[in-house]
Design a binder for this molecule. Structure first.
Ligand SMILES: [Zn+2]
Length: 263
């Protein structure tokens, strides 16, 4: 099914991000018809397939994308974590305020169901996505200090001009006792993050930073960068806590979870 992977990579690199979601919502389930069977299960939407679909802007990863809810490996892993880890689960169950920045549709749909009786406590935000409730630059968040209990902000910081400013803003609006989930692509072969503001050409960015709109490649110092804004930060190899069978069934990939706390 190499052509499925190639098609998805072409779409990702060609269609502007605001339109991508709309196209993906009808196109990906059609591609998913090539994968009918058993062997993989999405814990977010319950979809079963022989395999997940390939996905990737540069190098295409096999067994990655759920054809029904569009979850990727890290979303499925994170969903298990949020639903099973006591502190996070309790906050979500009690409908504490969530700010979901650059919201992934697969997670957003589930949160909207959970927050059906208190929809005002689940807030989505994005610079431009028409699916989001609020539109702002994460380096200047138009929200009050200490007003949010959970912040979910995955794979965004590598796109932002000053990730330090963005993290400071997220720290400011988080309540004491709050929790944040801040996943990012990490190159574990790098000791320190590589960034260069002078590189603005999309092709060069793709070559150096791994994607046409990335501004940096994080290294092993990612945790330190989260801590620099004031957060306590923890890296969790959560997939390692599952059996081989479960890791294959849900196709978790090898992402680590990055969890921050305030106070
Ligand atoms: Zn799914």
């Amino acid at each position: 099914m190499r052509f499925v992977g190639k098609t998805i990579r072409w779409v990702l690199n060609t269609i502007p991000r605001p339109a991508l979601q709309r196209v993906a919502e009808w196109a990906v389930p059609i591609l998913g018809l090539f994968y009918i069977g058993k062997g993989r299960r999405c814990p977010i939407c319950g979809c079963e397939r022989r395999k997940f679909l390939p996905y990737g802007y540069g190098k295409v990863r096999e067994d990655a994308l759920c054809p029904k809810c569009l979850s990727l490996e890290r979303h499925r892993l994170l969903w298990f974590y949020l639903m099973n880890n006591d502190a996070e689960r309790e906050k979500i169950k009690s409908l504490s305020t969530i700010l979901h920045i650059a919201p992934e549709v697969c997670l957003m749909r589930q949160f909207k169901k959970i927050y059906i009786t208190k929809p005002q406590n689940y807030i989505t935000a994005d610079l431009e996505s028409p699916l989001a409730d609020m539109h702002f630059d994460v380096q200047s968040i138009p929200m009050e200090d200490n007003s949010v209990d959970i912040i979910i902000c995955n794979h965004l910081l590598e796109h932002v001009e000053s990730d330090y400013k963005a993290l400071q803003e997220m720290y400011r609006i988080m309540r004491n006792g709050g929790i944040g989930v801040m996943l990012a692509p990490i190159d574990y072969s790098r000791e320190t993050t590589f960034e260069d503001d002078t590189i603005t050409d999309p092709k060069q960015r793709a070559e150096l930073f791994g994607q046409y709109d990335h501004r940096r490649v994080y290294g092993k110092d990612y945790l330190e960068r989260l801590r620099a804004a004031g957060f306590e930060a923890e890296e969790i190899d959560y997939a390692a806590e599952f059996s081989d069978y479960a890791r294959t069934l849900y196709s978790f990939g090898c992402d680590h979870l990055y969890i921050v706390r305030k106070g």
